[in-house]
Design a protein around this ligand. Structure first.
Ligand code: TTP
Ligand code: MG
Length: 353
């Protein structure tokens, strides 16, 4: 059984500004382009929940936000550098809790927490995560938990701000039914309008439309709409380090300090990766290993070779060398997971730069 968590920080840019300036706590704050007394161009990045009461929202022209709440809202410029630093610290916190972490935007991530084994335990984990983020970064977030990314994402949005919504498998159907079709990721204003013309407004109503009809109207997305309306989504949580590389990872049945088992497992991962790059006719230059200890402390370590290669020996040798320093710490703590990947890929035979 899969257990997926989706986390989204509340009013992220505005919340960071409120945290860093006590005078802004509880006040309507608009972060975005310079309003220039209503003549400014550009848009609102986000608004604090206090400012949303005036009707201000992300993406709105800043001049309109000025008309809605000048004199009452505090307008602030966007400080991306600060927000991305906060974001990476939070992602680091999250990586301790998940077997797989996929960051999908500056303030959003999916966590695969299937290993906890039950939705109740996952709820406990979510509470711990919320506490840690609040204690260390002074920010609140909303979390959704479900059997897949689709429902987890809809659930995290369900009770914002500072929400926690768990939708176990048996509850998916009823949870989705009354929601507006716009809650389905990918259904924007245009699609919603087209659906309204065939009298579909809620997800329950969407379920009544035959699959063929949806495909006729919306092409391949129609098939996805059919599945999403039923809470079906098999897409995996994909870690960033997997995106540009061919990689495998393995979580030991039990945390281990058995070096022979660790090398043997690494060898299996190397074999799998080798098979895949052979079949895809790819060469690699960089070898990366990943280790995670029992307390979730996680490291990756890489080496880049001078020339692209497809060599199985090179993979294995580098992997074992990179692994050595981590084995020295096995007396302190056991290993929970190891991973192996190759990146810097090129098609074999392709001219190098
Ligand atoms: P969101 O998570 O969409 O919004 P939010 O965190 O401000 O509010 P919510 O509580 O509803 O989650 O986006 C995260 C940040 O990304 C947001 O703080 C600012 C930025 N952003 C933009 O710059 N432009 C946009 O149009 C959107 C939607 C977000
Ligand atoms: Mg957010």
């Amino acid at each position: 059984m899969r257990i997926i968590m989706h986390l989204d920080l509340d009013a992220f840019f505005a919340a960071v500004e409120q945290r860093d300036n006590l005078e802004l706590k509880g006040k309507p704050v608009v972060v975005g382009a310079n309003p220039k007394e209503g003549k400014g161009r550009g848009v609102v990045s986000t608004a604090s929940y206090e400012a949303r009461v005036f009707g201000v929202s992300s993406g709105m022209p800043i001049s309109k936000a000025w008309r809605l709440c000048a004199g009452r809202c505090v307008f602030l410029p966007v400080n991306y550098e600060k927000y991305s630093q906060v974001s990476s610290r939070i992602m680091k916190i999250l990586s301790k809790y998940a077997d797989k972490l996929e960051q999908t935007s500056i303030d959003e991530a999916y966590l695969d927490v299937s290993r906890v084994g039950s939705f109740e335990k996952a709820r406990g984990l979510a509470i711990a995560i919320k506490k840690e983020i609040l204690r260390k970064e002074g920010l609140t977030c909303s979390i959704g938990i479900a059997q897949n990314k689709l429902v987890a994402k809809i659930a995290s949005d369900y009770k914002k701000p500072d929400g926690l919504t768990v939708v176990p498998p048996g509850k998916v159907w009823d949870f989705l039914a009354p929601l507006n079709v716009r809650k389905i990721p990918g259904i924007g204003p245009k699609t919603a309008f087209a659906l309204s013309k065939i009298k579909v407004r809620t997800i329950a109503e969407l379920r009544r439309v035959p699959k063929d009809k949806l495909i006729e109207l919306f092409g391949s997305f129609g098939k996805e709409m059919y599945e999403y309306s039923r809470g079906i989504d098999e897409s995996p949580v994909v870690e960033e380090w997997e995106h540009k590389q061919v990689s495998r990872q393995f979580t030991f049945e039990e945390d281990t300090s058995d070096e022979a088992l660790i090398f043997e497992t690494m060898n299996e991962l190397v074999k799998d990766v080798y098979q895949q790059i052979l079949s895809e006719k790819k060469a690699f230059r960089t070898v990366t290993i990943k280790v995670r200890y029992e307390d979730f402390e996680t490291h990756t370590s890489s080496r880049t070779l001078i020339e692209p290669t497809q060599s199985f020996e090179a993979m294995g040798n580098v992997a074992n060398e990179l692994l050595q320093p981590f084995l020295k710490r096995l007396k302190e703590k056991k290993l929970r997971l190891i991973g192996f990947g190759v990146s810097n890929l090129s098609l074999k035979g392709q001219a190098q730069r």
